[in-house]
Ligand binder design. Structure first.
Ligand code: SF4
Ligand code: SF4
Length: 111
């Protein structure tokens, strides 16, 4: 199953806030960012401690996501799912959205 792509508003990081990582996703990022502190979050997920304090993801860099290759599935899905919580606040979206069931399957595989 492919996540439909779409263009973001240039320079926007509006959705890069308190984003949950699965344990596997956290471990992949921790391998290259050993200084990053993590806190347990809901349903066995993890969040960067800095994001808990600021509600901003600490991986936002000058040129966008600084861990792009290892960003969590929820970041990959944001804006591309037919669900109110996953809707881009800037109005960006692909032509065809994934269903909630499809997104849940992709999140399950990422766990
Ligand atoms: S999905 Fe929307 S809010 Fe997130 S970076 Fe793209 S344009 Fe900004
Ligand atoms: S991991 Fe990357 S894409 Fe996801 S919220 Fe953080 S900066 Fe944004």
């Amino acid at each position: 199953m492919k996540i439909p792509s779409f263009s973001c508003k240039q320079g926007c990081h509006e959705c890069c806030g308190l984003v949950p990582f699965t344990t596997a996703e956290r471990d992949r990022v921790a391998a290259s960012r050993p200084m990053e502190q993590w806190e347990p979050f809901v349903d066995g997920s993890w969040v960067p401690a800095a994001a808990l304090a600021s509600f901003k993801c600490p991986f936002v860099g000058e040129a966008g996501c600084s861990i792009y290759e290892h960003r969590p599935m929820v970041c990959r899905l944001f804006g591309a799912v037919d669900h109110p919580m996953m809707k881009c606040p800037m109005g960006s979206a692909p032509e065809k959205l994934l269903t909630e069931a499809q997104s849940r399957e992709l999140l399950r595989r990422a766990a």
